[in-house]
Design a protein around this ligand. Sequence first.
Ligand code: DAH
Length: 366
Amino acid sequence: MTDLATMRESALTRIEEAQDAAALESLRVELLGKQGSISGLMKTLGKMSPEERQSEAPKIQGLRSDVADAIAAKKDALDAAELERRLASETLDLTLPEPQSPKGSVHPVSQVMDELAEIFADLGFSVATGPEIEDDWHNFTALNMAETHPARAMHDTFYFPDVDSEGRRMLLRTHTSPVQIRSMVKQGAPIRIIAPGRVYRSDSDATHTPMFHQVEGLVIDKDINLGHLKWTLETFLKAFFERDDIVLRLRPSYFPFTEPSVEVDVGWQDVNGRRVLGGDGDAPGHGWMELLGSGMVNRRVIEFAGLDPDEWQGFAFGVGVDRLAMLKYGMDDLRAFFDGDQRWLDHYGFSPFDQPTLSAGVGASA
Ligand code: DAH
């Protein structure tokens, strides 16, 4: 009896004096844990006579619940004291600027590709892709550049050293034009695609990098003529540069895969010493800038792709995506596109939440 009273007093005093949560927890284990002293007392109930048990059980159970309550109350008190201490010692300066967490941004090349997809989707084009490791046939031969064709030499091609089992030497595609062939072979006609992607040439200076980006356009249908080409390019460039005064000049040119071929120039004007696209290039203080290559798809190319050129005609164009980005967003060194310099990316990158749309504008604000 007195034992129980002593135990209670000692337990409650020790609980009251516990300094912290860890001390309180070890006390709980010592008293109420499986091997704890109060748990031990509970086990003695089994060996008692029924009468003894009847009188002892409520006391022991009472002791156990009082101790459990005291531990719970002490825990609340310790938690509250800890919170008080932290509130008193920790301060939050609400006048400080928000901490800057590192933010990713959309690279201008990706941004421009998204803009192109948005604009051309509206004209009924879908996006096609092809491999960057190409074979000679798709990159050259099927585009009407036979083995000995001089245009091959102009491409500064990266070839792989080995020849495959069929005797083919693979290469890094030098342009996105092979996707024209792959798309025609795969899906037949009619066809309306753009094919943006990486291309490779052994060349490097401020406006050339060994890897760069192009977008290819291809339309194959019935009775397609140069007028369709011109309208499509004009509509695309007005939407892309977000100006209605874009003026194009079509010049006769030569590409093996188009006949006739046209080089497309766009008019620019001098605005405070900067060349800004827009306006008639022939006006005083204005000029023309070469922008892209295009033309009516050569009959031979249509045949190579397995279609009948008497039934199907079309036009194609190819333009540098990096160049489009430079003209629209004002960068002057192409090499910086691929340096991964954080300052450049912070300056020229785009918010991932700013999606190009025709209604809200394709050129998102940086
Ligand atoms: N493939 C050409 C190049 O890389 C660009 C080009 C010109 C693509 C005319 C075309 C085209 O589709 O019609 O220089």
